[in-house]
Each structure stands twice: as structure tokens, then as C-alpha cells.
Design a protein around this ligand. Structure first.
Ligand code: ATP
Length: 237
């Protein structure tokens, strides 16, 4: 039985002003409730793709629908369903954890809801840190706060751009646990990574992107059977 798509991408192309084609006619469906890993080397187009899906960057051609809402012509309705954790860990040093997360909810025009903020903070083991200033947090904790921030407006879909880039092994495992628990709470998760181990460890499905093209989309288990880790690693080099 087919799972409904929450995101549909059709013929997506991105040409930067230089004429460089960062994405070449991408087609992609993301299914409700899955963890989808977009796996590819540096410069493959991962950030460009998720920036367009989230409505932050305009495509040169093609279409993105989020639960049926066009990301360009129906931006508000589409955007409301998406949370994004960008690659860079930016935050206001003076803001507390609580402020950071609740402010983000306000940005979406959502009514303040301290019960929801509390739930999100607890689910990420941040409750005890709610009064801490962002500048005092470790990298791992800061990452958690940015996830909480992305979830503050109750999106159904969460994008994580390279959630474990530059993170040590222990913190990486910690992040994997966080992502799985989000999926268990019903959030659809799309993450980008250039670690095959990460895609293998976490994803239900994997899309391999290289040089602006999705070269393969497969159930993880099938992909691993077909290619084997060694082969896939070679492809990505
Ligand atoms: P990384 O893993 O390094 O983040 P990525 O897969 O996310 O890489 P993108 O950041 O999407 O890749 O970049 C894809 C390609 O588009 C790269 O060659 C990059 O240099 C180019 N690119 C990105 N942004 C711009 C821009 N604003 N203008 C011109 N080229 C750009």
C-alpha cells in the first residue's frame, strides 16, 4: 500500500547567476513518516535542494508541493508545515533556550503556547536548560535547541542540513537517537549527509545526489543489498 507523499518535487532545476546548474531536473517524493537521507558529496546540491523545498531560494524551473501546497504560490501554507535546522549553528548569545524556541513560534504567527514549548524542550532533554543563555551551551546542546526551535511552530516535516557535520562520534550517535525519536513522534525527517554510515544507520530511504542529479532513490535495505557499502562509497568519491 502506497504511503502518501508529503513533499513532491518535479523537474526542479537551479541555475545560479553565473550560469552554473546546481540542480538538474530533480524529481523526488517524500513519504509521510519516513526518515529520508539525501546522501552526496560536498557540492552535490543538497543545501540548494532543501533551500528551494523550504522556499528560501527560488528554483529556475520546476515545482515543489508540500502537502499539495505550492511552495511559491502558496508559500505560507506550505512553509508552516516545514521546520528547518540549517547547517550553521547560529543563535543569539544573550537569548535563553526558552526565548530562542518560543520566539521562533512567534515568527510563524502562532499563538504563544507554553505547554507546547515545554513538550518540545522535554522531548529533547532541554527542560533543565531552559533558562540558560545560548552562549553557555555546548555544541551538542545548541544543536538540540536549534531542533527545538525548528519544531516550535508544530511542523509535520523537519529538514536537517548536515546535522552531524563536524560532530564527534558520541554526539553523532546522540543526534541519531534524537532523529529517531522525532520520527517515532510522527515527524517526517529529511536530512542531508555525506556520511554513508549515517544514511545507513538512520534512514528508511536514501536518495543519492551527485553533481545536481538524483542518481538513485531506494529503500535503505534494498540499496545496501544492491550496492554494498564499498561500492556506494566508491561512487561518492
Ligand atoms: P556541502 O556538502 O558542501 O554543503 P551541498 O551538496 O550542500 O554541499 P550546495 O551547497 O547545494 O551543495 O552547492 C551545490 C553547488 O552549487 C556547488 O558547486 C556550489 O558551489 C554552488 N553554489 C551554491 N550556492 C551558490 C551561489 N549562491 N552561487 C553560485 N553557485 C552556488
Amino acid at each position: 500500500q502506497a504511503t502518501p507523499s508529503v513533499i513532491t518535487v518535479q523537474g526542479l532545476t537551479k541555475r545560479y547567476a553565473s550560469g552554473f546548474e546546481a540542480l538538474k531536473r530533480i524529481d523526488l517524493d517524500i513519504q509521510r513518516g519516513e526518515i529520508f537521507a539525501l546522501l552526496g558529496p560536498n557540492g552535490a546540491g543538497k543545501t540548494t535542494l532543501i533551500s528551494i523545498i523550504c522556499g528560501l531560494v527560488n528554483a529556475s524551473d520546476g515545482q515543489v508541493r508540500v502537502n499539495g501546497h505550492d511552495i511559491v504560490t502558496d508559500y505560507r501554507a506550505a512553509r508552516e508545515q516545514i521546520g528547518l535546522v540549517p547547517q550553521e549553528l547560529t543563535s543569539d548569545a544573550f537569548a535563553t533556550v526558552w526565548n530562542t524556541v518560543s520566539f521562533s513560534r512567534g515568527l510563524f504567527g502562532k499563538r504563544a503556547d507554553s505547554a507546547h514549548i515545554e513538550r518540545v524542550l522535554r522531548s529533547l532533554s532541554l527542560w533543565d536548560k531552559r533558562r540558560n543563555k545560548m552562549i553557555t551551551l555546548s555544541g551538542g546542546m545548541k544543536r538540540r535547541v536549534l531542533i527545538a526551535k525548528a519544531l516550535a511552530h508544530e511542523p509535520q516535516i523537519l529538514f536537517l542540513d548536515e546535522p552531524t557535520a563536524g560532530v564527534d562520534v558520541e554526539l553523532r550517535r546522540d543526534m541519531w537517537d534524537v532523529v529517531r525519536s522525532l520520527r517515532d513522534q510522527g515527524v517526517t525527517v529529511i536530512l542531508t549527509t555525506h556520511y554513508i554510515e549515517e544514511a545507513e544507520e538512520m534512514a528508511d530511504r536514501i536518495g543519492v545526489i551527485n553533481d545536481g542529479e538524483i542518481v538513485l532513490v531506494e529503500e535503505k535495505a534494498a540499496l545496501m543489498r544492491q550496492l554494498g557499502r564499498k561500492q556506494l562509497r566508491l561512487d561518492l568519491q
